[in-house]
Design a binder for this molecule. Structure first.
Ligand SMILES: [Zn+2]
Length: 495
């Protein structure tokens, strides 16, 4: 079930360079009920309810502005514009109302792209629109001009991220109902160690966002080109820091039933990934019952938490099926919905990818891939290919169960038969577990990254160490005391 940093042998190699980045003022908490729905009503493009939610922050700028003190974000800088850009009053020049709302919709779309740091796309969208140069004598609406110069200016301030300093944090399924998870039964101790609760997760997101973290994909960090792993270029405004997030064992195992977790992942009415949860009265509710939909919600409210649409990495084992569907071969005769479940799981996996999520192997049987016999290792890899990759499509990422790597910290090489076998199956991204702030190894034909467990055990270790202790590991992300749930049994012991 769990990955843990305890046994990782090479965490000490890492340089603990703690940058005291100045605390970025938290962006304003966006109030609900803004006029956005009405505004978009006449828009020429069909804004989904969720896009409308994301645009609330833009609306906030248009109306209120002043509270926003963040100097770096696209959202913030738009609010600092020269004033010629905003204001629906600009329609007083006699522009047709229909054109007016189309321009608004265009500006909204461009703003969203810029909020996600894709200034090139935002500028392209504006300069290639039918409204660009469409005025008298080839002039352009002043709001469009203003947005273009705004985004051009911000683009000039971007700085490349040092990819070897990118942190990677991970979670397991989030506890939705703490009373059920921490109820004294046989599974309580495991949940207490390796799970994180919904409220803890949301507090962690708030803290990381306030500290300037921005989600990137593993594939933003580096990509394979002509057989070699090549550094990517991630450009962020000053004060922003890239991070990767992942979630392990997104399978909703049988033992978790009735313990306060979601039941499975589904596609919501809005086309975004959501979760099903069985409520106390036995009814099934679809909503934000785990990390995936909760992170989607957060990014809608804070589009600048995601670099060009990045989401987290979702890691799947195969032995009880994936995403809460009993799709493993062993269920073929016992699951009456086997074929339909395979189809549904496949559709959810595609929905995840379509929404920016990356998918990864967590081995088929949650095995320690570094120490099991080579024959068992090979069998496990093949089973994952046959039972999981057939449903979700090819993936090149493996997140090691227990963080158990197939080598020590030295670079992988062709003498490592396990590495070579995984390479032959198409894996290029390998993540172990490591409590250092960051650990990235860019190899010739692969990349390795350490991941940090943000769970009950890790938080308790920080709390037990006491404030100011050098053995605390989380302070660059959040303060454990501010996040750790009071419903957890303590002390949290590693068993
Ligand atoms: Zn695991």
């Amino acid at each position: 079930m769990s990955s843990q940093s305890k046994t990782n042998s090479f965490r000490k190699k890492k340089i603990m360079r703690r940058k005291r980045d100045r605390l970025i003022g938290q962006l304003p908490y966006y109030l609900i009920g803004l006029l956005i729905i009405g505004l978009l009503g006449g828009a020429a493009y069909k804004a989904s309810g969720k896009i409308a939610m994301a645009l609330e922050s833009r609306e906030k700028e248009k109306s209120g502005k002043a509270e926003d003190q963040n100097p770096d974000g696209a959202g913030a800088s738009a609010a600092e514009g020269d004033g010629s850009g905003d204001g629906s009053e600009a329609a007083s020049d006699g522009t047709e109302p229909e054109t007016e709302s189309s321009i608004d919709a265009l500006l909204d779309q461009a703003w969203l792209l810029a909020a996600g740091y894709d200034y090139d796309a935002a500028i392209d969208l504006l300069t290639s629109s039918e409204f660009y140069g469409a005025g008298e004598n080839g002039t352009t609406d002043s709001r469009i001009n203003s947005a273009i110069s705004e985004y051009t200016h911000t683009r000039e301030s971007l700085q490349p991220v040092e990819i070897t300093e990118i942190t990677h944090v991970f979670f397991h399924s989030l506890v939705m109902d703490e009373a059920k998870a921490f109820d004294g039964d046989a599974d309580e101790s495991g949940y207490n160690q390796v799970m994180t609760t919904k409220d803890e997760f949301l507090k962690i997101l708030d803290s990381m966002y306030a500290k300037g973290y921005v989600l990137v994909r593993l594939h933003d960090i580096a990509t394979m080109q002509d057989g070699r792993m090549v550094k990517g270029q991630i450009l962020l405004p000053p004060g922003r820091k890239a991070c990767v997030m992942s979630q392990d064992d997104v399978c909703y195992y049988e033992y978790m039933e009735d313990d306060g977790f979601a039941r499975r992942m589904v596609i919501g009415d809005d086309g975004k990934p959501a979760c099903e949860m069985v409520l106390d009265d036995g009814t099934v509710s679809v909503g934000s019952y785990d990390l995936v939909p909760l992170l989607e919600d957060f990014i809608l409210q804070h589009p600048d938490f995601s670099y060009k649409g990045a989401r987290a990495v979702i890691a799947l084992t195969g032995y009880q099926g994936i995403l809460g569907y009993r799709t493993a071969e062993s269920y073929r005769d016992t699951n009456p919905n086997f074929a339909a479940d395979c189809q549904a799981a496949s559709a959810v996996a595609k929905c995840l990818r379509d929404n920016g999520w990356e998918l990864a192997s967590h081995s088929w049987g949650h095995r320690d891939l570094g120490t099991i016999s080579y024959q068992k290792f090979k069998t496990d890899c093949d089973k994952w290919e046959n039972e999981v990759e057939t449903l979700i499509g090819p993936t090149d990422i493996i997140l090691y169960p227990f963080g158990a790597d197939v080598s020590d910290w030295h670079a992988y090489n062709s003498a490592n038969d396990r590495f070579m076998y995984m390479k032959s199956l198409g894996f290029d991204y390998f993540c172990n577990v490591d409590s250092s702030q960051y650990w990235v190894q860019l190899g010739d034909n692969y990349i390795r990254q350490g991941r940090r467990n943000l769970d009950g055990y890790r938080m308790w270790m920080d709390i037990a160490a006491g404030e100011g202790s050098s053995s605390r590991k989380l302070d660059d992300l959040f303060k454990a005391e501010d996040v750790f749930s009071s419903n957890r049994p303590t002390p949290v012991e590693w068993k």
